[in-house]
Design a protein around this ligand. Structure first.
Ligand code: DNO
Length: 392
C-alpha cells in the first residue's frame, strides 16, 4: 500500500524533510488557510504541491475539503457553496490530485475529552470519557433537554466529576470539546456553540441524510467527470452527540451512502479508529465487504473501557480492540485484486499516535506527534510486509 503522513502545511512543526525519514512517501494535507466558503485556487494548489514535491514526496490525498455547515443544514445558500466545492474539485483534478477525504459530521469534527491522558508507560494518549462528556453537556454547556438523555446515575457521576475539577480543568474540558482539534475547521466559543446547536434543532438523522444525498447528487458527478475519488470519513465517535444527528457511523450507513449515488467517484475512508469504537463492527469484515470502495485507510486502534464502553482511549496501533492484522490482510488482498483487475492505489496513514519520548517536549498537535506516529507507521508496515510474504 502507499504509506502516507498527515501534514498540516507550512505551519506544521513537523517538517517535510523529517516526514521523508519516516518511510512515508505520500502527504495528506489540505489548504487549511482557505475559508470553507472559498474556492481553492489553482495557483495555491500548485504552490503547495510544488513544496511537497521539492521535499521528494507526493501529495497523495486531500484531507479534507470541508463541507460548510449550511450544506449540512440544507440552507438556501447551499447551492452556491456546492458550486464552490465543485470548483475546488475541478482545480484539484487539474493539478493531478485524485483523492479527497471529507466528512459530514454536524458542528463537531472528531471529539475527545482528554488530549494528554497518561498511560502506565508514560505515553500520552487521547481519550473520550463518557462521564466527562456528560459533565460538559449537562453542567457546562447546559444544553436544553440534555437531562432527559442521561440516567440518574449518569447525572450523579457527571456532577461528582465536575465537582472534582478546578476552574482551569473545566476550561480545559470546554476547550478540548469545542475549540477544535487539529483538522477541524471550526473553532467555537461556548456561546457560538450553543447557537450552532440550535441551528440543528429541526434536523434529525433522516433530514441530515437527505442533505447528504443532495450534496452527493451534486458533487459526485463532477468528481467522476474530473477523475476524483471522494472518500467519506466516518463519524468519530460513531454515534450521535449533543443531540446532533450523525449518519456515517456504521457499515449500514456506508452502504446507504454508496447506494445513494452509485459511481466510481463515491467511496470511503476506512477509519479503523472511528468505526472501531463500536463493539458491533468487525473491521476486517468491513474491509473485505467494502474493499473496492476503500479509497483511503486511516489505521489506528482504540480500547473501550469498563464499566461504560462508550468511554475509550487511543491504544497502541497494534494493541487495541481492532484486529489490525486481519484488517491489513484484507487490504493487502484488495490491493492484489486491484493489481489483477485494475483499480486505484490504496493510500493508508498511521492515524494519530501517542505522544512519546521527545514528542512530549515538542509542540505538535494532539494526536499528531512525530515519534508516536512514526512508531505506528513502522508497526503497520511491518505487519503489511509479513502479511505479503506469508500469503504470497
Ligand atoms: C482526526 C481526523 C479528522 C478527519 C476528518 C476528515 O484526526 O481523522 O479530523 O480528518 O474528519 O474529514
Amino acid at each position: 500500500m502507499e504509506h502516507t503522513w498527515r501534514w498540516f502545511g507550512p505551519k506544521d512543526p513537523i517538517r517535510l524533510e523529517e516526514i521523508r525519514q519516516t518511510g512515508a512517501t505520500g502527504i495528506v494535507t489540505a489548504l487549511h488557510e482557505v475559508p470553507n466558503d472559498e474556492v481553492w485556487s489553482l495557483e495555491a494548489i500548485r504552490e503547495r504541491k510544488a513544496l511537497i514535491e521539492a521535499a521528494g514526496l507526493t501529495w497523495s490525498v486531500v484531507e479534507s475539503v470541508p463541507v460548510p455547515e449550511a450544506i449540512k443544514q440544507g440552507r438556501p445558500e447551499r447551492d452556491a457553496l456546492i458550486a464552490t466545492y465543485c470548483q475546488t474539485l475541478r482545480n484539484l483534478a487539474a493539478c493531478g490530485i485524485d483523492t479527497v477525504c471529507y466528512n459530514f459530521m454536524p458542528v463537531l469534527d472528531w471529539t475527545r475529552t482528554d488530549l494528554a491522558w497518561s498511560l502506565p508507560d508514560g505515553a500520552l494518549a487521547l481519550r473520550f470519557d463518557q462521564v466527562a462528556f456528560a459533565a460538559f453537556d449537562l453542567y457546562l454547556l447546559r444544553r436544553p433537554g440534555a437531562e432527559a438523555e442521561y440516567g440518574v446515575n449518569e447525572q450523579a457521576a457527571a456532577k461528582a466529576y465536575l465537582e472534582g475539577l478546578d476552574q482551569p480543568g473545566r476550561d480545559r474540558l470546554v476547550d478540548t470539546l469545542i475549540a477544535g482539534l487539529p483538522g477541524a475547521e471550526e473553532h467555537y466559543t461556548l456561546e457560538r456553540f450553543r447557537g450552532v446547536l440550535a441551528d440543528y434543532a429541526e434536523i434529525d438523522a433522516e433530514r441530515l441524510r437527505e442533505h447528504l444525498a443532495y450534496f452527493l447528487r451534486a458533487v459526485i458527478p463532477v468528481a467522476e467527470e474530473v477523475g476524483i475519488r471522494m472518500a467519506i470519513h466516518p463519524d468519530d465517535p460513531p454515534r450521535p452527540l449533543l443531540g446532533l444527528p450523525r449518519v456515517v457511523s456504521t457499515p449500514e450507513d456506508a452502504r446507504w451512502l454508496l447506494d445513494a449515488v452509485p459511481s466510481p467517484a463515491n467511496g470511503l475512508t476506512l477509519c479503523t479508529g472511528s468505526y472501531g469504537v463500536r463493539a458491533d463492527i468487525d473491521l476486517a469484515d468491513m474491509a473485505r465487504r467494502f474493499g473496492p470502495k476503500v479509497y483511503f485507510a486511516h489505521l489506528r486502534s482504540t480500547r473501550r473501557e469498563a464499566p461504560d464502553p462508550r468511554s475509550f482511549h487511543e491504544a497502541p496501533h497494534l494493541d487495541g480492540d481492532v484486529d489490525m492484522v486481519a484488517v491489513i490482510q484484507a487490504l493487502v488482498e484488495e490491493e492484489r485484486r486491484r493489481a489483477r483487475e485494475g483499480g486505484p492505489r490504496l493510500p493508508l496513514r498511521p492515524d494519530h499516535g501517542h505522544h512519546i519520548l521527545d514528542d512530549q517536549h515538542r509542540d505538535t498537535a494532539p494526536g499528531y506527534p512525530l515519534y508516536g506516529r512514526l512508531k505506528g507507521l513502522a508497526e503497520l508496515r511491518g505487519v503489511e510486509l509479513a502479511v505479503h510474504q506469508l500469503t504470497a
